[in-house]
Ligand binder design. Sequence first.
Ligand SMILES: Cc1ncc(COP(=O)(O)O)c(C=O)c1O
Length: 493
Amino acid sequence: MKTNAGALLSSIRIDRNARRKISVQLYMGLKEILLSGGVNPGERLPATRTLAKEIGVSRTTVIDAVDRLTAEGLLEARVGAGTFVSEALAGQRAAVAPARPAASKPADHHLSRAARHAQRFLAPRSWLPHKSQAFITALPALDLFPMAHWARLSARHWRAGREDVMGYGHPSGYQPLREAISTHLNAARGIKCDPQQIFIVSGAQQAFFLIATLLLNPGDHVWFENPGAIGARNAFVAGGADIVPVEVDDEGLSLADGLRKAPHFRLAFVTPSHQQPLGQVMSLSRRLALLGAAEDADALIVEDDYDGEFYYGDQPQPPLKSIDTQERVIYVGTFSKSLFPSLRLGFVLAPRGLESAFAEISAAWLSGVPTATQAIVADFMNEGLFSTHIRVMRQAYKARHDALIEATADLSERIDVHPTSSGFHTVGLLPDDADEDGIVAGARQQGIVVAALSRYSAAPIGRKGLVLGFGGVTPEEIRRGVHKLRSLPELAP
Ligand SMILES: Cc1ncc(COP(=O)(O)O)c(C=O)c1O
């Protein structure tokens, strides 16, 4: 008669097509049974030869798995008597969770109040994409990236002194990169700053978390563009903020709406260079009025300049930071659009007076961004490759933008694609009775990706539309994508 252990152990299934090695599958299977209490401590295991035959693997594979479990103390080998389930497991039983709970039991009571607040108000966000496709919004033109230069600078970095490339970096960031960014902001964006105000973070998203941690108390009112950026909203929500959805009109964030809803706001979040997601540029008068409103409320402003480098219109506006005479603006930059997103590299330009708080908190909590990444980007900037890349990309995005506008011109009754003057996404407004989600799903079936405007809204906006990215693919692919869009029943001309 089979022992309990024998019956259970021989039920282990091996998947020969799986990527995981057979010996590892067997080891994991045995371990799961031992830990789940399926066999009794002290019970003898069947002979390895028998197990091998019943599971359908070689005896060496079984011996390997048994040896590993013996080394871990879950099995005991007794000379001349065989292998036994360890007695040590007896005391552990109650503490060990069943290997596969029938249904995952919610463990919400372990969550903090802050996490529960966040869960209630977070905007759903799927995985950000890694592959270019018409009309994905988050990816720059990976096809045009100067990879040969990048590889050369990367190889050069790894040949530098070992301590320089392998030790912990400075928590505020690699000094040559802070200097290169500050030089670039002065020259290209008209922003006066010095390197000590620049803090290197792993993408704008980390900058938003840092800002929330440093500046917001639970319940603080944060003016937030509606529709607006999803990631930044989630970071402030996670910090316990009370998000105040503020309307966006043709000139940008509506101050009248903000002041009506929350005159005592503590922070305002804006994307003045290229509103995320609608695509317009904030007017100069609105910028000045926003600075005034922040001054009146003793509030700060977060300027997310995520793709401001790519302006191809004919009336460029100065970044808010460059006209901020009262040190109210915290400027956030990212290399996700100007270079590529897997770098996970961004920066915060702290207003004067807050640099030391940013420095202290960064040193206390963050351990920095990989030095290699920072050093390569610093060289890329210092050798002039960054500004050349931006110039080339600006033209490419203009060409891709024009291709989208031309290809959708005759669809304007069904989807009114707005021209934009910056960056690489825009919005296509739909009639009021349109089914945004239906169109998104239909497009997906055609192999193209569009995002519903409602995804970006913290409160209903009374408009329907699709957010369309045009930066990641060639004009030809854009035209093919529009051809697929027009095959959707809702968008047929
Ligand atoms: C509005 C906005 N800001 C910033 C970013 C960049 O974030 P990160 O630097 O974390 O990649 C994105 C990315 O899609 C964005 O949409």
